[in-house]
Design a protein around this ligand. Structure first.
Ligand SMILES: [Zn+2]
Length: 350
């Protein structure tokens, strides 16, 4: 590592307190309030959309999803068939693997149904393109870049974001002088990426690998939880990283306090879209088995407003509780890795 750059990095290393301050700046519950943010970003419309459509695949006579729309899979982390049922939502079983503890959906939509789902879905796209959402995502993107850069060995990097959406993170990375590439299957973001001058390709896992491309850092945010084969995705990432390259992953945290309190009521569960749920331990296991060493993990997004609502008998996402239960603080949430998403940085080692 370049000595001067190493010294620069050491002075930039983020303390726990500095991290909380930065994380609070893009935490919607704390910046806007839960109800206000959900209405401002049209999440209320997305929630309604989901309530109308989530039972689309349900066979009401059996209480489970229709067999002809689905396929069965083993544990996507360890391959075991041995699991216990946690709950059923919209006809989709959610189970915990008895061997590796991963929580996952064993009967998932088949390829044809997935294609239909993502072609027709537009209420979430509208959420992501909202100005308030973009503002918070830019702050989160800058934070993620800063954390990943702590482990990089030079200032100018070759950065890829897989599932980049409208490209907030890559826009900041590009402004800072890095070389960037966005990989995104949904063509609705092409215009936004073009406007920001971000080179991009419409692709997704399994990647059409081009051996001429290699990256210093690959980001994949809120993506792995959607994939039938998350291990295959990390193996693809391994192949297009430079030696000792970094992967930065963000996924919903099954250990999050908000998820444990809301359980099946949590918006993170639906069955059709999010099909596995990691925590720091299972996400670490995934990357280690694919040839990475874990450098750090932490959690982000407290969801404190949702917790305050639910614990005061209000609608968790649309309630407006003013009773903030003094013991539930960002410090407590972060100290115990209880926030909504778990973010992990790992280095390619062999
Ligand atoms: Zn397993």
């Amino acid at each position: 590592m370049d000595q001067e750059y190493k010294e620069f990095v050491m002075t930039q290393r983020l303390s726990f307190e500095e991290r909380i301050k930065r994380k609070n700046e893009f935490d919607a519950s704390l910046v806007y309030g839960t109800k206000e943010f959900n209405i401002l970003t049209q999440r209320d419309r997305h929630i309604e959309d989901r309530q109308n459509n989530d039972d689309y695949w349900l066979d009401s006579s059996s209480g489970f999803v229709r067999e002809e729309c689905t396929i069965h899979r083993k544990c996507p982390l360890c391959g075991s068939e041995s699991h216990e049922l946690i709950f059923v939502k919209s006809g989709f079983k959610h189970v915990r693997c008895l061997d590796c503890t991963l929580v996952y959906v064993p009967r998932i939509l088949n390829e044809k149904e997935y294609e239909k789902l993502y072609e027709e879905e537009d209420s979430w796209g509208a959420v992501l393109e909202n100005e308030h959402q973009k503002k918070l995502q830019s702050l989160e993107g800058a934070y993620s870049l800063d954390v990943a850069s702590l482990y990089a060995d030079k200032a100018q990097l070759n950065i890829c974001d897989i599932g980049c959406g409208p490209g907030r993170l890559l826009h900041i990375a590009k402004e800072r002088g890095n070389c960037v590439l966005g990989i995104e299957p949904n063509k609705r973001y092409n215009q936004s990426l073009d406007e920001l001058g971000i080179p991009h390709i419409n692709d997704f896992f399994p990647l059409n690998l081009n051996t001429h491309q290699s990256f210093d850092i690959i980001f994949t945010l809120n993506t792995l939880e959607h994939l039938p084969d998350p291990k295959g995705a990390i193996e693809d990432i391994y192949k297009i990283l430079k030696p000792e390259g970094l992967v930065y992953i963000s996924v919903p945290n099954i250990d999050a306090l908000v998820t444990r309190v809301l359980k099946y009521k949590s918006g993170v569960f639906g069955g059709h879209s999010h099909i596995q749920f990691f925590n720091a331990a299972t996400l670490s296991q995934l990357v280690k088995e694919c040839g990475f060493e874990v450098l750090e993990y932490e959690t982000i997004i407290t969801e404190l407003g949702v917790l305050w609502n639910d614990l005061n008998f209000q609608h968790p996402y649309l309630g407006d509780s003013k009773d903030n239960l003094g013991f539930l603080t960002p410090e407590m949430i972060y100290r115990n890795h209880l926030a909504r998403n778990v973010n992990l940085v790992a280095r390619k080692v062999n």
